[in-house]
Design a protein around this ligand. Structure first.
Ligand code: ZN
Length: 289
């Protein structure tokens, strides 16, 4: 029997990029070529009928370069060469499109890697929605060795404990046939949150519905959509940087099952530019996706 997702309240969506880093294709796909590819830092802007504009992840900002000036954090910058123009930072892109950063009242953080939380400090009025595990790691990890887990403390607001809203505690828990549970973030069936463990501690993804499509933003649950559609995993070498390789594989399996049952849902891995290039624009519009 096919198990369809529940009906969702419609929201609007815009997707953008804020910088990229260079990665080897054969690291991201087991059978990939030994060439450099761009890993764009994707973020999503969601227009909710009553909660205003919500950000999903925040891309890179100049803070990455500052945070990685000295050893040992410098190793992070050496491993992932980041390219970013100031005008591409999410705060600047919002301003160019007449949206003030202070208007953003909610930021959903998929996980605390630098390409997802680079802009977090720019949204001072926002509640930061995070999973329990991600919050725990971000608040307890050492400033010196956080980079080993892809976490740069300098990118995380000092008052995270005041701003954070723990999803598992503050949302409505619903049973799910593939993921066991999911969370209705605002209790209004507009944004469903899924635990996507493995790549990073407490990683989450969100499912939303626009006028045109259903989108499942899965962050780095896979880097290339072929992991879901063809079962091609990254080179095992990358497991060194993952939180848990077995959780990673089990998350991929759950998304595969979800996909088989919900073929119409567009699955969006943050760094799969084949999936995202045609969906992204610098000019913010809530009517295209
Ligand atoms: Zn990432």
């Amino acid at each position: 029997m096919v198990q369809k997702e529940i009906e969702l309240k419609k929201v609007k969506l815009h997707l953008g990029y804020s910088g990229y880093c260079l990665a080897k294709e054969n690291h991201t796909l087991k059978n990939g070529k030994n060439i450099e590819i761009k890993f764009f830092a994707l973020w999503g802007l969601i227009k909710h009928p009553s909660k205003g504009i919500i950000l999903f992840d925040t891309g890179y900002t100049h803070r990455f370069f500052k945070a990685t000036k000295k050893y040992p954090n410098k190793l992070y910058a050496k491993l992932t060469k980041v390219v970013l123009k100031e005008e591409d930072e999410v705060r600047c892109l919002l301003e160019t499109n007449n949206i003030n950063a202070d208007e953003i009242k909610h930021v959903i953080v998929s996980h605390f890697h630098a390409d997802h939380v680079g802009g977090l400090k720019d949204f001072k009025n926002a509640k930061i929605h995070v999973s329990q595990k991600a919050f725990k790691q971000a608040t307890t990890i050492s400033k010196t060795f956080g980079f080993r887990k892809g976490v740069l403390k300098d990118l995380i607001p000092d008052d995270l404990h005041l701003k954070a809203s723990i999803i598992e505690e503050n949302s409505v828990k619903i049973n799910d046939p593939f993921f066991k549970h999911k969370y209705d973030l605002f209790g209004d069936q507009s944004i469903l949150v899924f635990n996507l463990d493995g790549h990073a501690a407490g990683q989450i993804g969100i499912l939303i519905q626009t006028e045109k499509e259903k989108y499942f933003l899965i962050a780095d649950a896979c880097w290339n959509i072929k992991a879901i559609t063809e079962g091609i995993l990254p080179n095992p070498i990358v497991r060194l940087f993952f939180d848990s390789w077995s959780d990673y594989k089990s998350t991929i399996y759950k998304i595969q099952k979800f996909h088989e049952n919900n073929k119409e849902v567009k699955i969006i891995p943050t760094h799969c530019s084949k999936t995202t290039d045609s969906l992204v624009s610098n000019k913010i519009s809530f009517n295209d996706l």
